[in-house]
Design a protein around this ligand. Sequence first.
Ligand code: PMP
Length: 761
Amino acid sequence: MLDKIIQREFGIEPVEIKELDGYDNKNYKVSTADAVYIFKTYQFSREQLDLIKAENDLLMYLKAVGQNGIPEPISFTDNSYERVVTVKNNMLIIRMLSFLKGNFIGEATFTTELAASLGRFLAELDSKLINYTNYVLKSRQHDWDLQYALRNREYLSAIENTNNRSVVEYFFLQFEEIVVPALPSLRKSIIHNDANEWNLLTEDNKISGIIDFGDVAYTPLINELAIAITYACYNKESSTEFALSLLKAYHDISPLQEQEINILYYLIAARLCVSVCNSARAKQVNPENTYVTISEQYAWKFLHHLLTINPIGFENKVRAELGFEVNKPEPFDLLMATRLKHLSAIISVSYEHPLYVKKAAFQYMYDAYGNTILDAYNNIPHVGHSHPKVVRAGQRQLAKLNTNTRYIYNSLGRYAEKLLAKFPESLNKVFFVNSGSEASDLAIRIARKHTGFSKLMVVEHGYHGHTQAGIDISDYKFNNPKGQGQKSFISKAPIPDTYRGKFKNDDGTAGAAYAKNAVQQLAKSDEPIAAFIAEPIIGCGGQVPLAKGYLPPLYQAIRQQGGVCISDEVQTGFGRLGDVFWGFETQEVIPDLVIIGKPMGNGHPMGAVITTTEIAASFETGVEFFSSFGGNPVSCEIGLTVLDIIEEQHLQANAKDVGDYYKSLFLELKERFDCIGDVRGSGLFLGVEIVKSGTQEPDAALAKYIKNELRNRHILISTDGPHDSVLKTKPPLIFTKENAKTVVDTVEAVLRVDNKKATLN
Ligand code: PMP
């Protein structure tokens, strides 16, 4: 059948016809006795026919200006180059092209020389194309043209893995923020637009040809390189090296502009995003088509890898390679001096070498010098730094309405409902504020109003906030040598610590013993306690989990004498502990008031007090409660989005899965190093106690050394605890097992290589 058509239309005698893999259309390799051709078929449409005519025109132009290594249109017997035929009632456009010899670079060993050859080849091709014009091509708009990358947002929902989807959304958002504003001022040209590894041919370690002009576009010229770099690098180890080699070779022939280099990182990411969106979409439409999914795994891998390549660092490397001036950040010393001039020195800066940051994405922070820092410390960006959904939620609502709770708007009730659904039924009233400190302050006020008492019971080493009430209830602050001391209305219970404390058996006996002591203390109090407040894992105390069984008897005793119980979930809430959504669940108690903050808005300042109808009713008999910003529409939208993301991306389960693994790695390390006294916590909220080898004596100096060495090796953790000897790690919940391994391996490397004090078993 096909051989008849070919014979009739072209006047050639095929001896073999072989079908080729194709994205959309059917293509055939046609061999005659003395030549080889590519026979292409397309579903007929007016638009497709115009495009094929334009493509043939372009190929003929290139041939006329002496471009080598491109397919040549073969004429039909009547000297035309494309034709519409009807096969089995189906209208097809058919055409023939010459066949190019060579191996696909997808099959060849990629080298820096080949990358340079590709750069030269594209520079020559593009410098010819820049003088070519064709109004069909100029008016074309399609999903694979990077200037329209955002059209592919339509396919986002086809990406099943929600973590992967969030990465694509992140890069689309960056595209919108960084690339879109630059588009109008970029040089445009008709370009090949698909220099991928199955469209490029190589002979003798050089690029010998390029095929498939089907995606040709009139678009910013730099897109040609973004696409070529994507495919030259996405399955390679030395990706940046190849990119630099390709760019340099191109630039030497056809100089690039600075503004093109500024956005290149985001264009590469955009190409990968377009690719994975289309693969997801194609899989949805046709699950059988494996051709489209071949490159998908590489694309995903490279997209995740791009997050670890600092965009600032990448741009600087390209600048240096091409001879442009490298961007210099404002000098650190100047920034520090300005800060110190205007801010009090009491506001501390972390690390011996403070971090000068410019940008962040998920679990990575990017410093001003182009380094990528793995964030194993910050729990405020709970769902990840700059999570695109959170950013969009805030942007959208800010552009629409921001006001306060004295007016009626939908999101307040919606958010309250969604948030309260996460709590036991009895906890059904919420007061929105702007920080954890405000929340603890308000909780104390509510508790005092409800009970009519003023005395408060706190736990040793606890921290609840920086307001006066917050400091009053925070042993971590008032008991500091420079602190205000313990107020007369405070009763302090010893920390129920099974590592360092008096009772060590964490099978419930220690918890019961600690609780008994606290209850005895309660009985001795000169007046009833209004409220007892505790964190489920005492963060500033060095990530100390309350001993098992501690809270139930204590809560009971507090209530019996007329007080209420407050759980401070500012650090432990929102699924971080893995097994539970709220820390109090680990103790099998239901508090009367809960305070939340930090992760609630993923960095947007939010806090809340959650309580019972009865307690809220007592508070209602007092003066009006009003917070200018608490519960505003922007905060509500952001808060709702954070809850959605935790669900969609299964972040509590990830905290459990990765957290268990992370902890097991530290426990293994403890077996090997005497200086690790204890590993504790749960989910992605862990503490590693550093001690003088083989003792329980805290080793703050070593802990500090490890923290700073990790920082110097681009990993963030912190130290805390009464002796500042506990390594604290509480990363964003999208942290991976690979990230966990990186942290623990680096701690091991620090202990092994650098630290003379650490004893290796
Ligand atoms: N409670 C706990 C347990 C905290 O860790 C913190 C902050 N570190 C707060 C309350 C106070 O929160 P904020 O800093 O948002 O005021």
